[in-house]
Design a protein around this ligand. Structure first.
Ligand code: COA
Length: 380
């Protein structure tokens, strides 16, 4: 009989296992708070344009006025994507999900970046800035071209990052309140420690691969509904509920059927998600301004029932879902918007990884067959 292997301790899903050191963001589980480079995300979300927080996350310090102006100017000048990437867009199947073609298009953008293989710190900061600038264009124009059969819209240099994204997506200049919602949600979506997609990106570059490869892998990780895909799944669920009357009792029925409620729960937070109160505040104001409290009311019922049933709370994807719906954005761009914002966090982490790299290569616990005698095919 084969000897039993001695198994080291392990934690399914790597729960509670530190997998590296970072100086980029910190989740304080006790206080349910989140800081980027030491600054409270609430303050950043309420007081900065997304460009300013992006600068902070990438560079480690808040910019001076001159630095922010230069960074913003750089982002504006880098928004357009190569014409050959538009050619790729036009070949994509309309049935594909934007998160699937986003991987293809980021790969295509990489092929046109002469610095794509340069892993020096400065080149990586330049690429991260370019990538953040271009991601909004790729998502907005990708959606127009692939799913709506429309022509791309050229970026508008007079608009900020959030407003320009909405402008390219919809083809008309957005109201300030709509741009503000996108600005806030992008700041909240920008960075979140060693989450699944960020860790994926760090693993990829740890082989001395490049920022674009890490980003493409991270997009694949974000797509799943246990991660970024939850904002789309949450909206599908809300639409299925459809009314305040039907919201009552929905949670109990769904839990009885062992269903996961999308947009609820979190691996790290225990009592609440630090980002939710800010989005809810913005969402309540938008609902009042639009005279449409339906989604707010349904969400409040689900939140109360979920807490009563399982002490589980909404995560950032839950309010983001109905907020984006109120803005009349297509549901399949919700997760890509998350990707546009998280590009900054991914890049910061990949740069941090590459700046003092050691390849990430954990162990597994082997539970398969031990050494077996080979039997030639004609004897099996
Ligand atoms: N709906 C119903 N039950 C949930 C739940 C949810 N959204 N989230 C967690 N739970 C339950 C699990 O069923 C499990 O219960 P059990 O111990 O009785 O079996 C327990 O809570 C632990 O959940 P688990 O999935 O093991 O936690 P995790 O840390 O591995 O996963 C998430 C964290 C975020 C993936 C998980 O909460 C989830 O799937 N949420 C829904 C998807 C989502 O919103 N993702 C976005 C995250 S920002």
């Amino acid at each position: 009989m084969a000897a039993q292997l001695q198994h080291p301790e392990y934690s399914p899903g790597l729960q509670g296992i530190p997998a590296g050191i970072t100086r980029i963001s910190r989740i304080d589980v006790e206080r349910s708070s989140l800081t980027y480079r030491g600054y409270d995300v609430h303050i950043l979300a309420e007081h900065t344009p997304v460009e300013e927080t992006a600068y902070l996350v990438l560079n480690g310090e808040l910019p001076t006025k001159a630095q922010l102006d230069a960074f913003t100017k750089n982002l504006v000048s880098e928004r357009e994507i190569p014409s050959k990437v538009y050619d790729v867009m036009r070949c994509l199947p309309t049935s594909s999900h934007p998160m699937a073609w986003l991987q293809t298009l980021v790969s295509a953008v990489a092929l046109h970046d002469p610095e794509s293989a340069d892993n020096s710190h400065d080149a990586n900061i330049r690429k991260a800035t370019r990538l953040f600038a271009k991601m909004g264009t790729v998502v907005a124009n990708g959606y127009r071209v692939v799913h709506e059969g429309k022509e791309p819209v050229a970026p508008d240099s007079s608009l900020g990052h959030a407003a320009n994204f909405l402008y390219m997506l919809k083809g008309t200049k957005p109201m300030q309140s709509a741009a503000d919602v996108i600005n806030t949600s992008m700041i909240l979506y920008m960075e979140h420690d060693f989450n699944c997609s960020t860790f994926t990106a760090r693993v990829i570059v740890s082989s001395n691969s490049d920022l674009y490869s890490g980003t493409v892998g991270a997009i694949g990780a974000l797509k799943g509904n246990l991660h970024g895909g939850a904002n789309e799944a949450a909206m599908e669920m809300l639409l299925e509920i459809g009314s305040v009357e039907k919201a009552h009792g929905f949670i109990d029925r769904a839990l009885a059927e062992k269903k996961k409620i999308m947009g609820f729960g979190h691996r790290e937070y225990r009592k609440s998600d630090s980002r939710v109160p800010i989005l809810k505040k913005v969402g309540k104001k938008l609902s009042e301004d639009l005279g449409n409290m339906k989604w707010w009311d349904i969400a409040e019922i689900l939140e109360k029932d979920m807490w009563d049933a399982k002490q589980l709370f909404p995560n950032v994807d839950f309010p983001a879902a109905w907020l984006y719906y109120l803005l009349e954005l297509p549901i399949h761009v919700y997760t890509p918007i998350f990707a546009v914002a998280r590009t900054v966090g991914w890049s910061a982490h990949m740069i941090e990884q590459l700046d003092s790299n050691r390849i990430i290569r954990p162990q597994s616990i082997y539970e398969g067959q031990m050494t077996r005698d080979f039997v030639p095919i004609e004897e099996r």
